[in-house]
Design a protein around this ligand. Sequence first.
Ligand code: BES
Ligand code: MN
Ligand code: ZN
Length: 533
Amino acid sequence: MNFEIKPLSNERVCAEKCDALVVLLPHNFQAGEDAVSALASLALKSGDLQAKTGQLLTTYRPTDMAATRLVLVGAGDGSAKSVRSAVNAAISSLKGSNAKRVLLDLNFLSTAANAQASAAVLACADACYVFTTTKPKASVSAIERIVFTAATAPAVTAMKAGFEAGIALAKGIDLAKEWGNRPANHATPTMLANAAKELGKLPGIKVEVLGPKEVAKLGMGSFMSVAKGSREELRFIVLHYNGAAKTAAPVVLVGKGITFDTGGISIKPSADMDEMKFDMCGAASVLGTFRTLADLKPAINVVGLIPACENMPDGNAVKPGDVVTSMSGQTIENLNTDAEGRLVLCDALTYAERFKPAAVVDIATLTGACVVALGGVRSGVFSADEQLVKRLLDAGDSALDLCWRMPLDDDYAEGLKSNFADVANVAGRAGGAVTAAKFLQRFTTKYPWAHLDIAGTAWKSGKVKGSTGRPVGLLVEFLLATAALPAQQLPKAATKASAKSAANSAQTTALKVPKAPVKRVAKPRQASLIRSA
Ligand code: BES
Ligand code: MN
Ligand code: ZN
């Protein structure tokens, strides 16, 4: 789809030919002297429209307007969130029509800024998204072009950065949705790696893919144990985005890439098991984020790590009670082969040490318990680093891709004790999202770390079953905000530490590990594009 933004007064909007004119009407709507204003005033006065967010009133061939269709849509308080819902409702209402060229009139928003522009672009993209890879005959949206209008040139300027960021973000979110939605036979670890390699053709991005041999050489015994039951070869995908000086410590994103999770020998019930094709949505969000970085080119270095494999039952599969040795040196007793996400992530988290990262954020559809705790509204964020948590929460708020802080008290790790290994991969049912995070935390002692459990937010079930593309918005916003931080406020990179010492520092030593500053030469260049100025 094509987007454009241009200054156009409402008088001129009325004269502009288009297949559909969508007009956002907030509660504080102020009528002008034009035909759109006259009609909107009438509708509001009569009570047929209350400007409630998402409320629609559609007219065919409205008088004194060049548009074929007019869609009046309530935009509530005019906030980015309301704009998102309003635009989504209005554009979705055009789905059945053959409207190709749409004019989106934002002139009545009193505070239209970057946040609203970005939200509007993302809502258009979301409303028009159709998955066609394995359903080529799916009816796609006829919309080809959406032209945004603001009343004046300065009003356009106030929205331009958000508008552009929205377009770049939409591409990343679309990519994340595409890979999330693909059935597991169309999204094997190898195919996921090939998708990453495609991204490697974009400017600023480099991609390396490791196979079973390289992963064995690295000693990723935990990751390898999960892949053992599958006929599909595992892949360990490493992406680099370089937007800052080589010496600038990167942010590392680690995405869970279980392309299908049967549960393994601890097999899941059959009902809804198909949804476990979404168990690589963490990985998809990393790919989507890199897609967007390539367009926005922020001054930051980012590494993406994706351990990708299937979790299958098989004669050769890892068994409950098996003890494996992770890359960190810590031994792990596999008490439930369905708790496989943490087993692939822990080795990726150890691998991350080599980049001396400024921060590591892992993104995973990790626990059903997180779905129970937070539902589909907010992702769970777990971190002992107050600054990092705040930055992730803020990024989520700005991007309308919310998360919520969850606890990490050491007491939650009690149940992970094992008589046969350094740690077990599961504790009891209670606090399952937290005990999973406590397991991961043992592998993150060398850098500031946060974990995002996106099991509830990455996809929707039921009639609207499909990937949401979350949390690409949150991650991109977080990286843009990080790129804009003054150098002294950036988290300090950790000292290089051997895998052995990682193994020995078992519990919550994240705050005790001595850290040496790394020289930064990267100049902050790009502030948050989504947040309103
Ligand atoms: N991929 C699942 C988590 C999941 C479950 C996400 C349901 C969305 C919906 C993960 O690998 C898993 O199976 N976790 C187990 C952990 C348990 C065995 C400790 C879970 O949540 O049930
Ligand atoms: Mn599982
Ligand atoms: Zn899983």
